[in-house]
Ligand binder design. Sequence first.
Ligand code: A3P
Length: 315
Amino acid sequence: MTLTDTWKDAYPVVKMSTLKLLTDKGGNSVYANCVDGHYFPPFTLDVEYATHLENIQKMHIRDDDVTVVGYAKSGTHWVWEVAGMLLAGSTNYIRDIKESQFLEVKEVAALDALTSPRLLNTHMGFRFLPSEIVTKRTKVIYLLRNPKDVAVSLYHHVTGMNPGEKFVYNGTWDDFLDAYLQGNVWFGSWFDSVLAWEKTVTALTELPVLTVHYEAMKADPLSNVQRLSEFLGVQRDSEFCQEVVEACSFKKLKQAKDNVKGNNLRNAWKPGTEGFYRKGEVGDWKNWFTVAQNERFNALYAEKMKNSKLTILFK
Ligand code: A3P
C-alpha cells in the first residue's frame, strides 16, 4: 500500500460542522465547533468551519513547509519559535505570532500568501491535516507532553480566555478534569489524539516526523535544539543552538510576545491571566491533582494506553 492509499483510506474529507455546547458534570458549558465528532474551539471564520477544514485538507503544501503538530498545551509556541530561528539562522523573534500560521484559524488564502519557509502549526488530529503533507512527505515536528501537565495547562487556558461569550468556561478544576478525561473538551480526548497519531505514524513510515518531548526540552534544551536543527536540515552549530535556547527560554519568549510581536492576542485573555506563557514548568500537575484524581487518571491511562508504544515522560 502506498502512502497515498493509506491516507485516502483513513482520512475522508469532512462535510459539515455544528456549534455544540460541551457541558461538564457541574453543569458548566463552553461552545465548540463539532466536526464529524471532533471538537474545536468555537472560532468564527468567513467560511463555515467544516468547509474551512476541508479547504485546509486540500491546500497546496510546499516542499519546504514544516508543520508543528501536537495536542493543545504541549509546548507549540516554544518549539515553533525554536524551529523558526533555526530555519532563519537568526535569533530574532519571528515578528508574527504562531497563530499567523495556525491551521485552525487561518484561511488558505492567508496561508498561501506567506513567504517560504512556512512553519504551519496545529492541534488537530492527523486526519484533518493537509493531505499533501503526506503525499509530498514534508517535515512534521510532533510534540508530546505529560497529559497531567497538559490538563492543568488547558484548564488555565480555557478559564483564562476572554475573547467573547462563546469562549467563556467557568468550571472548577474538578469539573474540567472530568471533562478532559472524557474527551469532552476542545480538541477532544488527549488519549484518542495521541493514539490516532501513533497509529498514523506507524502506518506512514516514510513521513519524516521528529517527536519532541516537552520534558526532554526542559531537561536538556541544547541537545533538543540540535536534534531539531538536524531534522530541519539546517545544521546550525552548537554556539548558535545555545543562543536559540537562551532566546527561547520561558522568560524571554514571554517578554517577546508582549514586546516584539505584533497582534499579541492580549485581548483574548482576561486581565491578570498569564496567557499562552503561564508557568512553563514540568510537574505542575502535582499542585492540582488530588490523590483520588491522580488514581483515576492513572487507571484510565493504563487502560487506554495498554497497547501503545508511545513514551510519555511522567515526572
Ligand atoms: P503551562 O500552562 O504549563 O505553563 P502551547 O504553546 O502548545 O499552547 O503550550 C503552552 C504551554 O507551554 C504552557 O504551559 C506554556 O507556559 C508553555 N511554554 C511556552 N513557552 C515555553 C518555554 N519557552 N519554555 C517552557 N514552557 C513554555
